[in-house]
Structure formats: C-alpha cells, structure tokens
Design a protein. Sequence first.
Length: 337
Amino acid sequence: MIFNPFSKIFMHMENSGWVLTREAEAVKKILKQINIPLTNIPVRQVCYLPDKYYAINQSQFHLLGNRQVFDYFHGIPSVSPQFSELFKSLKLKKNNFAKIRVSNNLVKNFFLNEGFSEKISMIPIGIDLSFFSNIEKKESTKLRIAYDIPLSSVVVGSFQKDGVGWGEGNEPKLIKGPDIFLKTIELLKEDITELYVLLTGPSRGYMKKGLAKLNIPYKHIYLKDYREISKFYSMLDLYLISSREEGGPKSVLESMASGIPIVSTPVGQAFDMITNDVNGYSSETWDPDELKTLSLKAINKKNDFNKNSRQTAEQYDYFKQQGLWRDFFNDIMKKND
C-alpha cells in the first residue's frame, strides 16, 4: 500500500544511551520488520520524537509540515508536580501532534480525563527476550564468585538511573524513589543479616552514599553493553522498584524474563503487569514497611514465580508488538488533513 505524501517515518533519536534510546532503537527495528520505510528528511513526513521534552519544547518539526507523534511514558502532574509546566505547554500545543503513545493505563487514563482521547494510543514498553534466559544455578554461582559477591548473601538489585543529571548523581532523582529504596533496605537488614545490594546504571552517587552510611555492602557496575544485563539479574534474589512514578520501568519485564522475584510500588507497567502471589508483588502504597513485608515474601517464594513471570514477559516481546506499531503508524499515514 502506498501512502502519499506521508509515506515514511522520520525518527529523531535521543542519544543518552539509556532506556529511551534503547526503546527507540527497538521501534526502528520493528518498522523495518513491518516494511514501513524510514527517512532522514524531516519534511512532510510522519515525525516520531521519542523524547517528550524535545517534542513539546521544539516547534521546527511541526512547522515543516510533519505529522508529529511522540512517547509520553510518565509525568502526571498530580503525582509528579515537576511535570506541571511541561503538560501545560503540551495542552497549548495539542493540535501540533497527530498521536501520543503511552505505555501504561495510569498515564492513558490521565490523558483520557484531560480530553486527549482522539490522540492517545497505548503500546507498552517491550523487551527483546533473546537477551534473557533463566541462567542455571551453577552459572549464577560462578558469576557471584567472579564479581566477588558472597554466595551466602541475599542480593537485592536496582538497575536504574536515580541521580539528577549524568554525573555522579549525588542529588537524588526523587521520582525514582532512591530514598524509599534505602529505607526499605534498612528495614530488611533487621531480618536479613547478609544483605547485599547490586547496582548498575549511571548516576548512582546518592544510592551508594546511602548504602555506605547504612553499612550495607554493595557493588556498582556500569554496563557498557546492555546485552550483558541478564547475567546481573541472575545473581539476584530480588529486584526492588521503589519509584514514585514510572512509564515502565523496563526492569519489570527484565526481572520477569530472568525469573527473578520482583517487588514494586504501584507505578506504570508494573501496576498493569504484576499479579500478587502469581508473578511478583505490587504494593498498595509507597510505605517502606509494606515494601519490606512484600520483599520478604518474594525472597521466601523465589522459585515459585519463574514460569508465570517468564510467561508474562513473553507477552511483551517486541516481535509480538509488530501489529500494534503497524496500526499506530498506518492510521497516521492514512489520516486525512
């Protein structure tokens, strides 16, 4: 089928090398698989801008006659007031955008209540399952030895960016809840004497200083190749998400794909995907005492969730999202002005 004149997709790639970049690269790959062509010329095309800040604050793509679409994974002003001005700007520029892609029901319902029903499409953040597998116990043991993590320890993982900026990250990015994480870990230490925290991701200075102050051993490893992330999940006994708001986070699916128990605050896709006592635990509040209780449950039931967790992750493999993306872009390409 020929779409004219909006027959190609121009993607403005965000180049942090972090989650937004990986998600945009995955979408780019999907477009090639479903034979929707890409272009380097951002004039009178469908213009996909994964970064909501860039999309809302920049006007040149709209002025060039494009049909603009962008991702809005999180940023509900009532939950995260720092997004209030950004959302006000979006409402003023609402007609500049053909579609807005959201990843979870919390954000979807927010936009519907704000009068964006004709512009919203929900496509969850996905996962490339080829990077993940349930690593056998003996391999996990070898990895712990290689990274000098005590075999007898209970290892809790946090693989995200939770510091402000791209430096050391000594100022906490509170939307990610590093303060909640530290308090939960402090409470867990009362019941787990050999508690250990494994960190990856950039800008973890606040977290590292907090763990040192609590006298809780940890290791921070910044991965240069995302494809190595699976082996770090395999060393865990629990993955803990303590965010105040999220679009995903991607670590929900990564943990499930790796067969690692997960405990999360009620945010983003975690809220949509986790069924308590089936594939993990989602708290009702952001109370560290509740997170501690759920964490102890998850650790004690470590091997009970493997099959259900993997099955959940399989539903969100990028390969299975091809139809969603085909419908999303075809609808925009065929739309009459």
